[in-house]
Write a protein that binds this ligand. Structure first.
Ligand SMILES: Nc1nc2c(ncn2[C@@H]2O[C@H](COP(=O)(O)OP(=O)(O)OP(=O)(O)O)[C@@H](O)[C@H]2O)c(=O)[nH]1
Ligand SMILES: [Mg+2]
Length: 371
């Protein structure tokens, strides 16, 4: 870490935020299945921002389309026509898309996982589905089979597992609640299996994709909340270790010059993990409204002072430099406070967009920065 002069603090903060956006990366998912099996419904349930609402997305080939959204790290390759006689054509087109993308250097273009949707009511596993699974296996793309509109399994899941042995997992899902009427009695079947789909997919994604995946998940599902918290805790751990090293560097103002960018980067990464739009502007708003827009250096000091009050037995720091362990504790305290604010926000507002102003206000309050 370089020991730039305090006047560079704004640049360093900018850089910390930019790097949180840059480092997020992309997760690319193929979703395939016959027409009307519930692919778009599933995407809209699992991911935030009604990703598939806009319809069929940008056509890539005749039968594949790309669904993506600015500030959103997920790209869906949506396919149609798997039920048609000439399904070989769609498998061929999909193979081409996979080949083209995996030939690129940037792994943010590669396909990371595939969801194959099979309608439970149909109780059929088509040749097209088998062939598709085999092709994906050959291309080393893990496949999760989602048995959609699930109501009554009656052994179908086992049948699917047997017919598609190369699938990494088979989960039964009901993406929207359903009402069944029987002689005037109404039975409501709640959503199911979405948590399972979310955590199974997470396990199949590489570590480097976990933050992007956590960002993309809709906070209305318990499995999303869990993954967001786990990932955010990792970000805090990493920042605390960096702060440890920075605090151990005995230079004047080390608390502000070195710690502030680390902590800003941490806030940005934790915010992104919880689902903040991955844009420099959004994150700058978050950080500046949490820490105070003007004089970031002074705000940095105020943050440190506020945090120190939260750590029993530490009190205040006289002079410029603080010890490594204190720096690490400060950072961890800030990160943990932030995670608890974000967690309580998503628990109170499941599925809603994060309210940056409100969250920043809560953080300020916790740090005793507000008057
Ligand atoms: N009962 C019930 N209906 C569902 C479920 N999932 C989707 N649907 C309904 O099934 C219909 C088709 O869903 P879509 O999500 O549009 O299906 P799709 O696979 O994207 O269809 P195409 O894009 O046309 O291939 C819609 O009317 C959905 O509301 C479910 O879990 N249960
Ligand atoms: Mg669709």
């Amino acid at each position: 870490m370089d020991t730039a002069a305090p006047e560079n603090i704004h640049d360093q903060i900018d850089e910390a935020i930019k790097s949180a956006v840059r480092g997020l990366g992309k997760v690319n998912i193929i979703i395939a299945g016959k027409t009307g099996v519930g692919k778009s419904t599933l995407i809209n349930s699992v991911f935030r921002g009604e990703l598939a609402k806009t319809g069929s997305g940008q056509p890539v080939t005749q039968r594949t389309a790309e669904i993506s959204k600015a500030g959103h790290p997920i790209t869906i390759i949506d396919t149609k026509g798997l039920e048609l006689q000439d399904y070989e054509k769609i498998i061929g087109e999909l193979t081409e898309v996979i080949n083209e993308r995996s030939a690129e250097h940037d792994e943010n273009r590669h396909i990371h996982v595939a969801w194959l949707c099979i309608h439970e009511d149909g109780r059929r596993i088509e040749d097209a589905e088998k062939k598709l699974c085999e092709m994906l296996k050959e291309k080393k793309i893990p496949v999760v089979v989602a048995i959609t509109k699930s109501r009554s399994d009656k052994g179908f899941r086992e049948q699917v597992k047997e017919a598609l042995p190369s699938a990494a997992a088979v989960v039964s899902v009901r993406a929207i609640p359903e009402e069944i009427e029987d002689d005037g009695d109404v039975i409501v079947l709640k959503e199911k299996g979405i948590d399972d789909l979310i955590s199974t997919t997470s396990m199949l994604l590489p570590e480097a994709k976990q933050r992007a995946y956590a960002n993309a998940l809709n906070s209305r599902h318990a499995a999303s909340t869990k993954l967001k918290i786990e990932q955010a805790e990792k970000e805090v751990k990493i920042a605390a270790a960096a702060a440890m090293a920075a605090g151990a560097t005995p230079i004047p103002f080390s608390d502000t010059v070195l710690l502030v960018p680390i902590q800003v980067g941490m806030l940005a990464k934790v915010g992104v993990t919880f689902g903040m739009e991955a844009s420099t502007t959004a994150l700058t708003t978050l950080v500046t409204s949490s820490l105070g827009a003007s004089a970031a250096t002074l705000a940095g000091r105020a943050v440190v002072t506020g945090l120190l009050k939260m750590i029993p037995g530490v009190g205040s720091v006289a002079g410029g430099a603080i010890a490594g362990t204190t720096a690490a504790t400060l950072t961890k305290t800030l990160g943990t406070a932030y995670i608890s604010i974000l967690t309580s926000f998503i628990e109170k507002n499941p599925g809603k967009e994060l309210d940056i102003g409100l969250i920043a206000g809560e953080l300020k309050k916790k740090l005793s920065l507000s008057k």
